[in-house]
Design a protein around this ligand. Structure first.
Ligand SMILES: C=CC(=O)SCCNC(=O)CCNC(=O)[C@H](O)C(C)(C)COP(=O)(O)OP(=O)(O)OC[C@H]1O[C@@H](n2cnc3c(N)ncnc32)[C@H](O)[C@@H]1OP(=O)(O)O
Ligand code: NAI
Length: 333
């Protein structure tokens, strides 16, 4: 297939003119090397994309780079024997918009080792409503269940519940048979949170504690927020429950004690979606396409933008105003 000489990409610079990002015309040769060239159909907006696009987080390790940690589309050229023209594929994380040009580009060039064939059971749009957010929620559940998390330990708490990772975690965890409690500052969104899987909605402040341990309230949980919220969750987790730490929407700090670990055997599990090994990546995507596939993707996809709409989304997200997932559709204006 013939490619256009130049195409649109959302590119991020940091040089003597300052930190800036926006749409530019680029050519394939401008992009990081890779064996697989993909015509992008969809990407998504994650908190990390907002940090990268605005410069409010230290995400890019070199400049300039195309932004976007997710992408899905069709292969247009490949020197990797695993992929052929026309294949539907996706990539999340794996250095995109950190060390390599990312997914906010009409054409992307990817390393074959990080390209995942779209699994049966998902279409390209669904795969990017999920994106890094859904992958992270499912990876957290995989880690928790591998460490013997079962529904009988008690409900799983999900903090930052109205956000992308949070919303998808509610849906995935409930589909997997867990009772799920949404922890959110947006209690006016209780109907939404219950519609996508929460059995209870708990206000942000209701969990607050300064004691090293509290009465157990949860079997475990997924924390997207960090800071005192994560410390509170650990203090209220049942014996041998698991708390997965994924996010820092409120704070990257963690001030806690060893008590939950040494008295209740609670485990704090790290979730680092970008650096996940390929075999685990394939397992997670297979689960997302089958028994863990969220049932409410259309409800959770609350916004669709084109590349030009990205800056407006970034600011809202970093102000804590996110709600569900924002899909990037390359056909949208
Ligand atoms: C979808 C995922 C997410 O949303 S995760 C949340 C978003 N991510 C962040 O907000 C992280 C942003 N990073 C930082 O704030 C900083 O890098 C830091 C606080 C983690 C460390 O900053 P500092 O300025 O103290 O040091 P360096 O940036 O030089 O890093 C120290 C050391 O760590 C290595 N490193 C940093 N980031 C990454 C990364 N993303 N992947 C792999 N390794 C990373 C870095 O290379 C340095 O190691 P060295 O061996 O010295 O090279
Ligand atoms: N470890 C990993 O691999 C990954 C980590 N993340 C992290 O998870 C977090 C959530 O990411 P997304 O869902 O994409 O973002 P999002 O913006 O969609 O969701 C963030 C959620 O946190 C809430 N929030 C914001 N400020 C808060 C505060 N001060 N206190 C309590 N809640 C607050 C928001 O209301 C929203 O519900 C981010 O910190 C992101 O960096 C996301 C994906 C992968």
């Amino acid at each position: 297939m013939s490619l256009p000489t130049t195409f649109n990409a959302f590119r991020i610079h940091d040089d003597d003119q300052g930190y800036r990002s926006g749409i530019e015309r680029v050519s394939l040769d401008d992009l990081s090397p890779g064996e697989v060239v993909v015509k992008a159909a969809y990407s998504s907006v994650n908190f990390k994309d907002a940090l990268a696009g605005t410069g409010k987080g230290k995400i890019l390790r070199r400049f300039p780079l195309v932004g976007g940690i997710d992408v899905a589309g069709h292969v247009v050229a490949s020197t990797d024997p695993r992929f052929r023209e026309g294949d539907a594929v996706l990539t999340t994380g794996c250095g995109l918009s950190e060390t390599r040009d990312g997914g906010y580009s009409e054409y992307v060039r990817l390393e074959g080792q990080w390209v995942i064939a779209l699994p049966d059971g998902l279409d390209l749009r669904e795969s990017m409503v999920l994106g890094t957010a859904g992958f992270t929620a499912a990876l957290a559940l995989l880690r928790m269940t591998e460490n013997r998390q079962t529904p009988d330990l008690g409900p799983l708490a999900v903090t930052g519940a109205t956000g992308g990772v949070g919303s998808l975690a509610l849906d995935i965890f409930s589909r997997a048979g867990f009772e799920v409690h949404a922890v959110s500052g947006k209690t006016d969104q209780a109907d939404y949170l219950k519609a996508i899987g929460a059995t209870e909605v708990v206000g942000r402040d209701a969990l607050a504690t300064t004691r090293p341990m509290e009465s157990t309230r949860f079997g475990g949980g997924l924390d997207n927020v960090g800071g005192p919220m994560l410390a509170s969750l650990l203090a209220q987790t049942a014996p041998y429950g698991n708390v997965a730490s994924a996010g820092l929407a409120a704070s990257h700090a963690l001030d806690t004690t060893v008590m939950p670990f040494i008295i209740r055997g609670v485990s704090l599990l790290g979730v680092a979606s970008a650096g996940t090994a390929r075999d685990i990546r394939e397992t997670v995507w297979q689960r997302l396409a089958s028994d863990w596939k969220p049932r409410h993707l259309d409800r959770i996809c609350t916004r669709v933008v084109g590349l030009a709409g990205l800056p407006g989304v970034f600011d809202t997200m970093l102000e804590g105003g996110s709600f569900g997932r924002t899909l990037v559709d390359f056909q949208a204006a």
